[in-house]
Design a protein around this ligand. Structure first.
Ligand code: PEP
Length: 245
């Protein structure tokens, strides 16, 4: 399966950071995987201009479930498309925690993204306490079933398994732990989407770096990565991308 490597800049980046997209273009011209960079809303249009005619695809980090209306401060999926985005990250644990997003809300956002023609990267993952309680498969399975709307296919969704305790901490699950949960996600996708569930890309996210990427990409059912901190610098991000080749 063609791997998908997505970078989530979160609330980082000013116009000067667009130089990283220029640098990334130079470093990844021969890439054999899909490369997505998700800057903040304010940089989307400029980032899309810089990425034009290159292998770099631009994505966003969130969208509102409605097409338009009285939702002060929010941004619709259609607006993202107009700004040049082709992907959107939805249900990231930081949105689930800081903005109280439930699986039902995530599902309606994913449906809105699809309606606008975007591919959604749907994030799921357990907390440390849920892992310690032996509830990983139950929690992640529940999030997954609740967050995937009708109409989802392998072309319009990817799943990112991101254990909350591994995000930005330098902690990474063992390869066996990653394979166990990715295989259970694959099973849930097949139950939900039938044969097409086999083609949905399942990304791992949480403290991925150039130094650990090759081991992670060698794991069964790991079809790419969602990368936070290490996506901010083109050289480090390109190191992760080349590990996927
Ligand atoms: C993320 O927040 O999606 C993430 C994976 O962050 P980091 O790579 O910094 O752990």
């Amino acid at each position: 399966m063609r791997k998908l490597i997505a970078g989530n800049w979160k609330m980082n980046g000013l116009a000067s950071s667009l130089a990283e997209i220029e640098a990334l273009k130079g470093l990844t011209g021969e890439a054999t995987c899909d490369i997505v960079v998700c800057p903040p809303f304010t940089l989307l249009e400029k980032a899309a201009e810089r990425a034009k005619d290159s292998v770099v695809i631009i994505g966003a980090q969130d969208c509102h479930p409605q097409i338009s209306g009285a939702y002060t401060g929010d941004v619709s999926a259609q607006m993202l498309v107009e700004a040049g985005a082709r992907f959107v990250i939805l249900g990231h644990s930081e949105r689930r925690v800081f903005h109280n997003e439930s699986d039902a809300v995530v599902s309606t956002k994913v449906a809105a993204a699809h309606e606008a023609g975007l591919t959604a990267i749907i994030c799921v993952g357990e907390t440390r306490a849920e892992r310690d309680d032996g509830k990983v498969i139950e929690v992640v399975g529940g999030q997954l079933r609740g967050s995937i709307p009708a109409g989802a296919t392998s072309s319009n969704v990817a799943i990112a398994y991101e254990p909350v305790w591994a995000i930005g901490t330098g902690l990474v699950p063992t390869i066996d732990q990653i394979e166990e949960i990715h295989s259970s996600i694959r099973q849930t996708l097949e139950e939900r989407l039938g044969e097409d569930g086999r083609r949905v890309r399942i990304l791992y996210g949480g403290s991925v770096k150039a130094s650990n990427a090759a081991d992670i990409f060698g794991a069964t059912n790991v079809d790419g990565a969602l990368v936070g901190g290490a996506s901010l610098k083109a050289v480090e991000f390109a190191g992760i991308i080349s590990a996927a080749a």
